[in-house]
Design a protein around this ligand. Structure first.
Ligand code: ARG
Length: 464
């Protein structure tokens, strides 16, 4: 017989138990206990299917079901003894099941392996995270739509190279993020559809000789269908990689917006006031109100993208089918998921609470010769000047205003006519920022009517 200390689950051929260091590097229970609910859900589906297929008796299946429910309540109540010697969540649950129900527990693992079991548990876990990300994104988009609707006609400077470019509307700027987070939403849904195939029953790698019903377990666990190739089913971690890449792109978007909030809330910009609820003070400088939440959101992309890179590297070059390397998938995904959900919630909270400073936005919108393009466009439209020449004339006028330390509308008609004799008083009508944004009515442009149309379109999309 085997040594008492060898593993009770797989130690049949072992004369001795593992070295302490072996146990430490091998065990995943420290983190995969987060999948306890999914593990029990998968085992319940498997046991019910084994009974329905005549592989185990109904009474064994019933004992297994009862035992698993007891274990679930023990774990939920926090009085389950997790053991490192039992390596992972799968063996911890099964060992406890044996303590509770005895012999029938040993029949649960018929026609499956930890390889398909872990793939199933992890998929269920990741699927829940995709659903949570969807909820978080929808809430953030709703908050952005409220901001956009309220400020559809508030003028602000639009930037390229962070230099004043042309006036835009607050609503338009908010709606740019709606588009970005809307694409994240579509990626989340897309990834969920693609990943929704059940690995359970692929067994170790080759399938099983027991007459199992894989469609039954797939359906019980909310999957569309069983995964069609057993080798792939146990070695596929695309769903985790896709989650991490979707999360990474979303985190990039969050970081860009966070950066804008950091800039906008500074004393130099004063475009927005962040709420006290989403700011912090300084222990030494009493005047300070720091945008810490925005800064932390800006930083989260580092660890989320790091997780994506880490798992890509773990999976790279692995031969089929399962290798223990794949146990390194979970901590990356857990950490990325936790931080993505937190960042989404914090961003939603900040967007809901923040107030745009209309006066500062409007004052900034009119500075920096932001309507120079409108002036050039007027020369093209009214005087039929070729655009390149109009660009040059406008540049000369900008240079003149800059030298005098004034803005374009402050130049006189004489000044203007000195540069181009055809200019008339009418040109002053296009130099105002309101006029500028109101004129940009092309589809997707910054005009308030376009912004409102996009808000309506998004609300209808989200109501579906
Ligand atoms: N704890 C393992 C993991 O997370 C479960 C699968 C173990 N499979 C095996 N053949 N050793 O990947």
């Amino acid at each position: 017989m085997t040594d008492q200390t060898s593993n009770q689950m797989w130690g049949g051929r072992f004369a001795a138990g593992p070295d302490a260091i072996m146990e430490a590097i091998n065990a995943s229970i420290g983190f995969d206990k987060r999948m306890a609910a999914q593990d029990i859900q998968g085992s319940r589906a498997h046991a019910a299917m084994l009974a329905a297929s005549g592989v185990i008796t109904d009474s064994d299946a019933e004992a297994i079901r009862e035992g698993l429910l007891t274990i679930l309540s023990e774990i939920e109540a926090g009085n389950f003894q997790f053991s490192t010697a039992l390596e992972d969540i799968h063996m911890n649950v099964e060992a406890r099941l044996k303590e509770i129900i005895g012999e029938p527990a040993g029949r649960l693992h018929t026609g499956r392996s930890r390889n398909d079991q872990v793939a199933t548990d992890f998929k269920l876990w990741v699927r829940d995270q995709l659903d949570a990300a969807e909820t978080g994104l929808l809430a953030l988009i709703a908050a952005l739509l409220d901001q956009a609707e309220a400020g559809a006609d508030w003028v602000m400077p639009g930037f390229t190279h962070l230099q004043t470019a042309q006036p835009v509307t607050w609503g338009h700027h908010m709606m740019a993020y709606v588009e970005m987070f809307g694409r994240d939403l579509s990626r989340v849904r897309d990834a969920r559809t693609r990943m929704n195939e059940c690995p359970l029953g692929a067994a170790a790698l080759a399938g099983t000789s027991f007459p199992i019903d894989r469609s039954m377990t797939a359906e019980a666990l909310g999957f569309e269908r069983p995964a069609a190739n057993s080798l792939d089913a146990v070695s596929d971690r695309d769903f985790a990689l896709e989650f991490l890449s979707v999360a990474s792109i979303c985190a990039v978007h969050l970081s860009r917006f966070a950066e804008e909030l950091v800039i906008w809330s500074s004393a130099q910009f004063r475009f927005v006031t962040l709420s006290d609820r989403f700011s912090t003070g300084s222990s030494i400088m009493p005047q300070k109100k720091n945008p810490d939440a925005a800064e932390l959101i800006r930083a989260k992309v580092g660890r989320i993208f790091g997780a994506n890179t880490a798992l890509m590297m773990v999976m790279k070059g692995l031969p089929l089918a399962y290798s223990k390397d794949m146990q390194e998938d979970k901590e990356q995904v857990f950490d990325a998921a936790d931080n993505l959900m937190l960042a989404l919630a914090a961003m939603e909270g900040m967007v809901k609470d923040m107030s745009a400073n209309r006066e500062s936005l409007a004052a900034a919108a009119g500075s920096g010769f932001s309507t120079a393009t409108d002036l050039a466009d007027w020369l093209v439209r009214v005087l039929k000047v070729p655009f390149r020449d109009a660009h040059h004339v406008t540049g000369t006028l900008v240079g003149m205003a800059e030298a005098r330390g004034c803005d374009l509308p402050d130049l006189s008609l004489d000044d203007m006519q000195g540069v181009h004799s055809g200019i008339t008083e009418d040109i002053f009508t296009v130099l105002g920022v309101e006029n500028s944004v109101n004129s940009r009515t092309s589809y997707g442009g910054t005009a308030p009517e376009q912004v409102r149309a996009q808000v309506t379109r998004w609300k209808a999309l989200l109501a579906q």
